[in-house]
Design a protein around this ligand. Structure first.
Ligand code: C5P
Length: 221
C-alpha cells in the first residue's frame, strides 16, 4: 500500500512538448511523450497530494484525480504555470519546452517557394527560471538533457534556476528519456553533488523523485 506521505501538499507538474506554430498547419516541436510528467502526477496523487498537471500536446489520457490543464505553446505553458504557482508547495518541471518560437505566426498557410527559406525565431521565456525567481519555500525540481559535461552543466542549471535538484538524463543513451517507458537519471544538486540512479520505469523514478521532495519538505519543518 502506498503511504499517503504527501497529504496536504499541492504538486504542480509540467509535462510533454510545446508546439510553436509557424502558420495554421506547421509547427516546431520535439518528440517528448509526456510520460515522465504524467508518472510524477500519478505518483504524487497516489501519495495523497493535490496535483495540477500542465500538459503540452500528448496522446496520454488525463490521469484520474488530477487537475489537468492542457496548453500548446511555451507562452501558454508559462501562463498556466504562473497561474497555479501560488497554490503549489512543489513544482516538478518535466516539460520539454521549445527554446524558440517563430517571430511571427502567419494567419494563412505559407505557400511553397523555390529555394532556401529562412524563418526568424525568437527565444521563449525560461519558465522554470522565472518560477525560481519567486521560489519562496517551495521545492523546485527540473530536468536536464545533456550530451556532454553532464553533471557540471546540470549543477550550473540548478543554481541558475534556483532548484533543489535537477534530474540529468542523456538522450543519446538507448532506452532512456524521449518516448521511452523507462528512464535513467543522475540526481544533481546545485552544490554539484550527484547520485546516479539505475535505469527504472518512469513511475518508479517518479517515486524516487518524490521521496527526495518529501525529505526536503520535512527538513524544513
Ligand atoms: O536550460 P534547459 O532547457 O536545459 O533546462 C531544462 C529545465 O528547464 C527543464 O526542467 C525544463 O522543463 C525547464 N525549461 C523551462 N522553460 C524553458 C526551457 C526549459 O521551464 N524555456
Amino acid at each position: 500500500l502506498t503511504p499517503k506521505d504527501l497529504e496536504g501538499v499541492t504538486v504542480l507538474v509540467s509535462a510533454g512538448p510545446t508546439r510553436e506554430y509557424l502558420d495554421p498547419v506547421r509547427f516546431i516541436s520535439n518528440p517528448s511523450s509526456g510520460r515522465m510528467g504524467y508518472a510524477v502526477a500519478e505518483a504524487a496523487r497516489d501519495r495523497g497530494a493535490r496535483v495540477v498537471l500542465v500538459s503540452g500536446p500528448t496522446t496520454l489520457p488525463a490521469p484520474w484525480g488530477v487537475e489537468c490543464v492542457r496548453v500548446t505553446s511555451a507562452l501558454e505553458m508559462y501562463e498556466a504555470m504562473h497561474a497555479h504557482f501560488a497554490e503549489a508547495d512543489v513544482v516538478v518541471m518535466t516539460a520539454a519546452v521549445a527554446d524558440y518560437r517563430p517571430a511571427e505566426v502567419k494567419a494563412e498557410k505559407e505557400p511553397k517557394t523555390a529555394g532556401e527559406k529562412v524563418v526568424p525565431l525568437v527565444p521563449n521565456p525560461d519558465i522554470l527560471k522565472s518560477l525560481g525567481e519567486a521560489k519562496g519555500d517551495r521545492v523546485l525540481v527540473g530536468f536536464a538533457m545533456e550530451t556532454h559535461a553532464g553533471v557540471d552543466r546540470a549543477a550550473e542549471k540548478a543554481r541558475r534556476k534556483n532548484l533543489d535538484f535537477i534530474c540529468l538524463n542523456y538522450p543519446t543513451r538507448e532506452g532512456s528519456a524521449f518516448g521511452s517507458t523507462h528512464n535513467e537519471v543522475t540526481i544533481v544538486t546545485p552544490e554539484g553533488t550527484s547520485e546516479a540512479l539505475p535505469r527504472m520505469s518512469k513511475r518508479a523514478l517518479a517515486d524516487e523523485i518524490l521521496d527526495r521532495v518529501h525529505r526536503i519538505l520535512h527538513r524544513r519543518v
